[in-house]
Design a protein around this ligand. Sequence first.
Ligand code: SF4
Length: 322
Amino acid sequence: DNLSVHFALKRKGMFGAKSVLKAVDDVSFSVGRGETLAIVGESGSGKTTAALAVAQLVNAAGGSVKLDGEDVLGVQGDALRAMRERVQFIFQDPYSSLNPRRRAEDLVREPLDSLTDKTKAEKQQIVDELFAAVGLRKEQQRLFPHQFSGGQRQRIGIARALATRPEVIICDEPVSALDVAVQAQILNLLRRLQTEFGLTFLFISHDLGVVQHVSDRIAVMYMGRVVELADRLSLFNSPRHPYTKALLSAVPAVSRKDRAARQRILIPGDPPDPVNLPAGCRFASRCPHVMPICKEQEPMMQNVGTDHLTACHLTEQEEAAV
Ligand code: SF4
């Protein structure tokens, strides 16, 4: 709720004041047990920073992160350890997120060593089960990361994230470093494991094409803000924010009918300077529907359908015209 992450920059702003980058600016979303919420946006939208803040891997400047109703933002010591057992992370790049000098079995066992009091035998049993669950063979446990393919390395990353039997897994672009054929295998694996282990996913991606296969609900972020939040079907069938419409127009259509109906919308111009954000809507400099009010007043999130929220003055005007 109202999560913000600010970074102080070396560059000075007006009148020599310290510049602050509001990477995540007053963002709210929720994810239900067993559900997948995807957070989508271009690079620089704040999606990964928001996820890192939820996992307490960067410090938040404000807001709260509630797990089963209990605020876990800023907890320390044993409470942080307990939180980490429940919330784990799968990183984007399996090439750099695994220590190349450690064997696969050690990498998967590491969270059990640091977060639990399990015996050696118990840990080995969990490692054996997880290797089987992610489709790796027992004899591969002694190998080092460079002896695996990219997809297999991501399977090690997934097994490692599952080691403490977490309830929530934050998947940060888990397939974007992989070939398309391998992407499908990993997405299918994640879906199967979600059911098997009763997992809740926060799925970060720049690619709506990937997200459409895994998400229940989708939050679209632009310049540190959530601009649209809806269930997958509503977002794909009736997007309301001009930025979401442009993102969707770039998703390859599967059927000929969809291909004919879908026209590519190009987003002109560049995003504003994130350190000196303009008044009003942050998308105004690139929006084909910009109106005078857009440059004066920042649009707030409002309901435009059942559990469908968007932050755009255009929708207010559309509603008023009905
Ligand atoms: Fe475009 Fe205005 Fe909506 Fe912003 S508020 S997306 S500028 S129509």
